[in-house]
Design a protein around this ligand. Sequence first.
Ligand code: ZN
Length: 233
Amino acid sequence: MPTSDDTPAYAGPARSDEPTARCARCGAVAAVNTTSMGPNPGGTTRVDEKHAVFIAVCSACGKGTVAVEYGTWFVYQNSGFSWHRTATRMYWPIGAQAMPISEGVKIPDDVLKFWHEAGLCFSVQAYHSAAVMLRNVMAAIANDVGGSDVVAERHLDGKLKKLAAAKPQTGFYLQHMEALKAIGNAGAHPEDWPEVSKSNAETAVMVARYLIEVLYEQPQRIEANLLRRNQKN
Ligand SMILES: [Zn+2]
C-alpha cells in the first residue's frame, strides 16, 4: 500500500516488520497479514532464542508464505517476549526468495508472472516444469525488448533471430537466451532430451535472473543514478 508521504511500499519478500511484501505466490506487491502458529506478539512464533517463524498471508490472493527469521527475543519479566528481527531467510515456497528482483524496478508483468511460477515449480522440485516456465520468461523478455516483429513470431527460435536482428546489443546475451530455450525444450519434450536435473534447473534460474538484471535492473539503476557534468554558464 502506498503511504501518505508517497514512499513506495516495501516490495521485497515478506518480513515480520513490514506491512507489505511481494507475494511469492501471485507476484503482487500487497499488504500482508502476519499470522503466527501460536499466541504471541508481532505475529511471529518463537522457535528458540535466535529464531522465529511466521506465515505472511497476501491480501491480494489470500495465500500464505512461511518464513524463518533470525534475530533476538527480548524477555520481559512476567510480560512475555518481544521479537527484534535481523534477517529473514528460508522461505516456503522457495520462489519467495529465489534471488528477489530489486525493489522499485519495472519488469513487464508477463516476465514477472512466469518468473514467479518458475520459482514455485523449483520449490516443489518440479524441475521440468520450472524449465518450461523459464523458457516462458525468455519468450516474454524477447517480446518486450524486441517489439511487435518479435511478438508476431510464434516460436522462440524465430523470436530470438528477430530480436538479435532488431536489437544487436542483445547478441551479447544470445548464449544465455539459447540456453534457456534449450532447457525449456528439454522440460517440454522428454522424448527428445535428457532429464532436467536439479542443477540444470538451478543454472537456468541463474541465467534468467542474470538476463533480468542486465536488461531491466541495471539500465534502470543507471538511469536513476546517472551523474552528468555540470552545465557551463
Ligand atoms: Zn499473493
